[in-house]
Design a protein around this ligand. Structure first.
Ligand code: ATP
Length: 232
């Protein structure tokens, strides 16, 4: 579904992604882990067409998409859920979902599937989104992202600021979404729980992939020097 080949990206002249290659298969969950400033979010920006790579190639569903506009990539089935959730805090849950109908789906269908997946949102349908708990807001951002029925979902720091149990239940949903055939690339600094749902994982440090493999292998690596021996 997604392939990166030797991708490099820079801000001004400072290169922060330095030759990154990996793939995400259909219905696969791949976790991209690594410390602060490693270049993970920048990698997502390149995939989503928000930042042009300085070299290398990106393929989406077998098509070369390097340099494609974010709107074109969204139409091709890509959905980025950015760090900080990307919802409208002053709008209600339903209004937030209604804004997602620009994708052409009937609102009633979209709302029914969102509430079916996240019953918690149904209970809070008229609440102003910004007053919901962090976990509920993250459910809403996932529901909005799924409204476009993406083939590839990019998640940036889903766990940010959330309690461990909330993160765990969100990742169960992520697993469920992948089982429906959606390919998912998750970026996390280090949330152990993501390794429980990932099919494969990679560790990114200083703009390069230092290790990639099964969650078990990557967990071992995380215990070693890269993150200073800490693994929370
Ligand atoms: P974090 O987990 O802290 O978000 P990250 O691995 O996602 O880290 P990036 O956000 O990709 O890292 O940042 C990689 C490097 O690029 C950092 O040194 C950061 O300061 C720098 N950087 C990020 N965005 C910009 C920008 N818009 N302009 C200039 N430099 C940037």
């Amino acid at each position: 579904m997604l392939e990166l080949r030797d991708v490099r990206a820079a801000y001004e002249r400072i290169e922060v992604v330095r030759g990154v290659s990996f793939e995400v298969g259909e219905g696969e969950v791949v976790a991209l882990l690594g410390p602060n400033g490693a270049g993970k979010s920048t990698t997502l920006k390149v995939i989503a067409g928000l930042l042009a790579p300085s070299s290398g190639d990106v393929f989406l569903a077998g098509r070369r998409v390097k340099g494609a506009r974010p709107e074109a990539l969204a139409r091709a089935g890509l959905c980025l859920i950015p760090e900080g959730r990307g919802i409208f805090p002053n709008l209600s849950v339903r209004e937030n979902l209604r804004v997602a109908t620009h994708t052409g789906r009937r609102f009633a269908d979209l709302e029914a599937s969102a509430f079916d997946r996240f019953p918690r949102l149904a209970d809070r349908r008229d609440q102003v989104a910004g007053t919901m708990s962090g976990g509920e807001q993250q459910m809403l951002s996932l529901a909005r992202g799924l409204a476009s029925e993406p083939g590839l979902l990019l998640l940036d720091e889903l766990s940010m600021g959330l309690a461990p149990l909330v993160v765990e239940s969100l990742y169960e949903k992520v697993r469920e979404i992948a089982r429906e055939g959606v390919s998912i690339l998750v970026v996390e600094q280090f949330a152990r729980v993501v390794l429980d749902v990932a099919d494969r994982a990679a560790i990114m440090v200083n703009g390069t992939i230092r290790a990639m493999g099964s969650p078990e292998v990557v967990e071992q690596e995380l215990h070693s020097a890269y993150l200073g021996g800490r693994s929370n």
